[in-house]
Design a protein around this ligand. Structure first.
Ligand SMILES: Cc1cc2nc3c(=O)[nH]c(=O)nc-3n(C[C@H](O)[C@H](O)[C@H](O)COP(=O)(O)O)c2cc1C
Length: 205
């Protein structure tokens, strides 16, 4: 009898411990997730103002996001987001979340800002797994290379020159690391092609 009472008591104790622990884990997970989400939003907002000059919009970019259907030109297999810049009511620029497929270590996630006149004003790599010291130079924290996409359009350079120098184009690659910059140049070119192809609809957003 004593044994059964003791087992019951221990079981209840263990049960309470499990419930309290699970509750603590759930609260910690929720708090951490909110913190991570708000960090991502803060990082994106900072990148927006770096790649799209303030003269192009007077709305709140983050809250004016739209969803775009998956499209090979965006490198996406699921809907992605774009952030619409407006001057008063008219669309003046769009920042696309786009995927550079074919990096050395998988996909890279990019923000590409394009004005209504099809000018790329800036690009940022917001996540990647490229090798430190090699492909990670596409990241603004490691080098200025990504700034070569400021104020470019089809014509400057010519569309056929939108490639790394090793492939006959205008954009630099890195010594011993051509795969990553090649993937990024292709992704920015594809995003601009997507914009030009869908311009009529996009500018009505
Ligand atoms: C361990 C290791 C990591 C590498 N990481 C990258 C990378 O992140 N990005 C990249 O473009 N090339 C990377 N490379 C180099 C590629 O294998 C490839 O040689 C190069 O991108 C082709 O450029 P190249 O034609 O200038 O040699 C890496 C190579 C090794 C051995």
């Amino acid at each position: 009898m004593n044994l059964i009472a003791s087992i019951r008591k221990n079981s209840i104790g263990l049960g309470i411990f499990a419930i309290v622990t699970a509750g603590l884990i759930a609260v910690t997970h929720q708090t951490t997730k909110q913190q991570i989400d708000s960090n991502i939003v803060a990082a994106q907002l900072a990148a927006f103002t770096e790649i799209l000059p303030a003269s192009y919009f007077n709305n709140e970019l983050y809250s004016s996001r739209i969803e775009l259907a998956a499209d090979p030109l965006l490198g996406t297999e699921a809907p992605s987001k774009a952030y619409v810049g407006r001057l008063d009511d008219a669309v003046s620029a769009i920042i696309f979340e786009t995927v550079a497929t074919g990096g050395y270590n998988g996909d890279l996630l990019l923000l590409v800002a394009i004005t209504k006149d099809s000018v790329v004003t800036g690009v940022r790599i917001i996540s990647h797994k490229e090798t430190p010291g090699l492909g990670d130079k596409v990241d603004i924290k490691k080098s200025d290379w990504v700034r070569s996409f400021e104020n470019v359009f089809f014509g400057q350079p010519a569309k056929a020159q939108w490639a790394v120098k090793k492939d006959g184009g205008e954009f630099d690659q890195f010594t011993g690391a051509t795969i990553t910059p090649r993937a990024v140049v292709r992704a920015v070119k594809n995003t601009l092609t997507y914009f030009e192809t869908n311009k009529d609809v996009l500018l009505q957003q």
